[in-house]
Design a protein around this ligand. Structure first.
Ligand SMILES: [Zn+2]
Length: 493
């Protein structure tokens, strides 16, 4: 009975766990079905940092990257990190523009993609650099003189040429824009000042030599860079007595309205005429033919012409053309050989008095060596009135004339210019010039000292017709000496 009882369990006792198992299994099945039906697998792609990034031109860009997670939509704890690939153009910071960086991830055939905008922009304005000299200034009433400027842009390079300048009252405004529209402005304060005294000038030359009794008229001007003509403000100390031979120093003082003072001195030398011009002994029908700058190629021909008429001339010689042997001929055939210059180089002989006299001596030595003798007559290159010497030394002619007298030398200029030193090359014009000059002098009662250059063939051609004409008209030819008639031009330097 016990066994029977055992073998016959109550029906409701037997069905409960089975039902439970069935229901559980049913649920699991349903859940599984739901999962397979409704679950999706997805990749969550996260961009690190901003989606839109701006970086400055030339600034390095480092991408912060992105990360991705593969996961279930229904059971988010089921997840797995997956790799992100960057598939796009790289950012070039040396080129402005927009760049797109694209990130992609893939896992079990699920993909995701996102992108980020990176803009390379130029927001840096150009740099303007001003050249500034602490010593420079703009004189009052003067326009500002640009000291210099430059503009440089990180993107466009040198923009100096694009700078616009505006001068306003006491400042200069410099403006420039780069190609991205970034603008730079720089200002410069103009320093107005006056640090320079007026400039004194003497139109007749700084140092003057005057013959005794010649009236002296003081002549000067003073000009200031800010005030203009201030000649009326000049005060002069000292005086000149033109009746007493001496050297007088005059001191000129002038100030401008900003108290800049200029002081200048000049020496006025009063001198007696060294020799009395014995023009009376040389009548107006006397002709001195003088030839400068030779000997040259045509000198031999000239000597033959002179011999033919037994006319003696005066040669102011040089050593320029390599025909110095003619100097021997000139002396032997009765002509007077004098010094003109050794080199005839204005720049070197007129740089100072020592240079002048050493050049003079060099030519004198040449003459002495060739002829065994020399004299005290000479002619200044350019004549005593030349102004070319002022390019090299102010007042040098006045000094040289003084020194010539001290050395016992006699210099000669001329009163008939043949014109052969300029552009004239026509022999007939030379002949006319000489004849007219001689006739004019004779009419005025003075002898003629004719200037020609014997290294020039066309002027040598004029000599014979002139001699024939002169002889036919009662003239006589002489050579210069230290007691002959002389001509001195005014001294201009
Ligand atoms: Zn000359």
């Amino acid at each position: 009975m016990k066994l029977k009882d055992y073998a016959k369990p109550p029906s409701h006792h037997k069905s409960k766990p089975v039902l439970f198992l069935l229901i559980t299994a049913g649920f699991l099945c349903l859940a599984a079905i739901c999962f397979f039906v409704f679950n999706r697998w997805e990749i969550e792609l996260t961009i690190h940092g901003e989606d839109d990034v701006s970086i400055e031109y030339m600034q390095n860009y480092e991408d912060p990257g992105a990360s991705a997670i593969y996961r279930s939509t229904m059971l988010p704890f089921i997840r797995e990190e997956v790799d992100v690939k960057v598939a796009s153009n790289t950012v070039n910071p040396e080129k402005t523009g927009h760049y797109l960086i694209t990130y992609q991830a893939e896992h079990n055939n699920v993909t995701a993609s996102r992108s980020r905008n990176v803009s390379v922009v130029d927001t840096t304005p150009p740099t303007i650099t001003l050249t500034e000299n602490p010593d420079s200034y703009t004189p009052f009433n003067h326009e500002y003189q640009e000291e210099g400027f430059a503009a440089n842009d990180i993107h466009d390079g040198d923009l100096s040429e694009a700078v616009e300048r505006e001068v306003r009252d006491d400042e200069v405004i410099y403006t420039v824009k780069d190609s991205s529209g970034n603008k730079a402005v720089k200002k410069r304060k103009i320093r107005y000042d006056d640090r320079k005294g007026p400039e004194l000038s003497f139109p007749d030359g700084t140092d003057l030599v005057l013959y005794k009794g010649t009236p002296f008229t003081d002549s000067f001007t003073a000009v200031d860079d800010c005030d203009g003509d201030v000649t009326s403000k000049v005060t002069v100390e000292g005086s000149v007595n033109t009746d007493v031979c001496d050297t007088y120093t005059l001191t000129y003082t002038v100030s401008d309205s900003h108290n800049n003072t200029t002081v200048a001195t000049r020496n006025i030398t009063i001198r007696t005429k060294p020799i009395n011009n014995p023009a009376t002994s040389d009548g107006p029908k006397t002709i001195y033919l003088t030839f400068d700058d030779g000997p040259g190629e045509s000198t031999g021909r000239l000597l033959d012409i002179l011999d033919r008429y037994n006319v003696k001339a005066t040669f102011f010689t040089t050593s320029m053309y390599g025909y110095t042997d003619y100097i021997i001929q000139e002396a032997q055939r009765g002509h007077t050989v004098c010094v003109h210059t050794y080199s005839h180089n204005y720049a070197s002989i007129y740089q100072n008095t020592d240079a002048y006299w050493s050049d003079y001596q060099a030519q004198k030595d040449v003459i002495e060596q060739l002829t065994g003798t020399s004299n005290n007559l000479f002619r200044f290159p350019g004549g005593s009135s030349n102004t070319v010497s002022a390019n090299y030394s102010t007042g040098i002619m006045s000094k040289l004339v003084d020194q010539a007298y001290e050395k016992g030398l006699v210099y000669f200029d001329w009163n008939v210019s043949s014109g052969d030193a300029g552009s004239i090359t026509d022999t007939n014009v030379i002949i006319d010039n000489i004849r007219n000059g001689i006739s004019r002098n004779a009419a005025a009662g003075v002898p003629s000292i004719v200037l020609q250059h014997d290294y020039k063939s066309f002027t040598v051609d004029a000599v014979e017709p002139v001699i024939i004409w002169a002889l036919e008209n009662g003239y006589t030819f002489k050579t210069l000496s230290d007691t002959s008639y002389y001509v001195h031009h005014g001294i201009n330097n």
